[in-house]
Design a protein around this ligand. Sequence first.
Ligand code: S3P
Length: 172
Amino acid sequence: MNRIIVGFMGTGKTSVSKVLGRMTGLPCYDVDNWIEKKAGKSIPAIFAEEGEAGFRKRESEALKALLAQDGCILSGGGGIALREENVAMMKERGIVFCLTASPETIYRRVGKDENRPNLDGYRSPKGIRELMERREEAYQRAADVRIDTDGKSVEEVAAEILRVSGKAGNHE
Ligand code: S3P
């Protein structure tokens, strides 16, 4: 079983997965990091040179390669749940945790981060809410478990994931 963490930009997916990796000793991978290493260029550069379609293709390939393993912690980018084929792969190969946060929290965390090209045009709490609502259905479809991160530390969120997936593991 893999533990897979998805959710909107700025919900803390990468930080939570790193802490989870430390807590469990399990191997931990960030899909965006993997894509950047394979491509030899940054995500903004991939978006600029290959468009979002090019990035999404790389994202599905990276996910497939990483999910060939078992017993890993995986954090995906904010758009990884948008493709049905990704959702199907994730559900087949693990438990999917969707982290959430309010648009205000997300704006505070990443609103001015220029390394997130898909926030362009939405860099306000109102804009973030709009983009989030547009993606909500995809996140709902992907999530086995939703975890609100507002007002929680990274350690608290990681502990919640462990509690839930520990229980799920017992039922397998
Ligand atoms: C994206 C989110 C990013 C990254 C890419 C696209 C999105 O990941 O995958 O910029 O469309 O939501 P983070 O959620 O880690 O920012």
